[in-house]
Write a protein that binds this ligand. Structure first.
Ligand SMILES: [Zn+2]
Length: 76
């Protein structure tokens, strides 16, 4: 049981990190992973996709608070 718990917790952290990278609520996605399953949360995260705004010049995903694109340097 303890052996199964370690990768489960690691996966939970991964979901949280992934959610934060994609500008999604870490708490909500960790709860989904806890209540349903980390696998289900990962699939849902893939379906809902990246929530970060895109740079109009290079289409790269940028930080929502950024004033300049860190990829091409154009103003957002
Ligand atoms: Zn750009």
């Amino acid at each position: 049981m303890e052996f199964a718990l370690i990768p489960y917790i690691l996966f939970l952290f991964l979901i949280g990190y992934w959610a934060s990278r994609w500008n999604r609520s870490v708490i909500v996605w960790c709860l989904i992973a806890l209540l349903l399953s980390p696998v289900v949360a990962a699939i849902l995260l893939l379906i809902f996709g990246n929530n970060r705004p895109q740079c109009p010049a290079c289409r790269a995903h940028v930080d929502p608070e950024a004033s300049k694109c860190r990829h091409c340097g154009s103003a957002l």
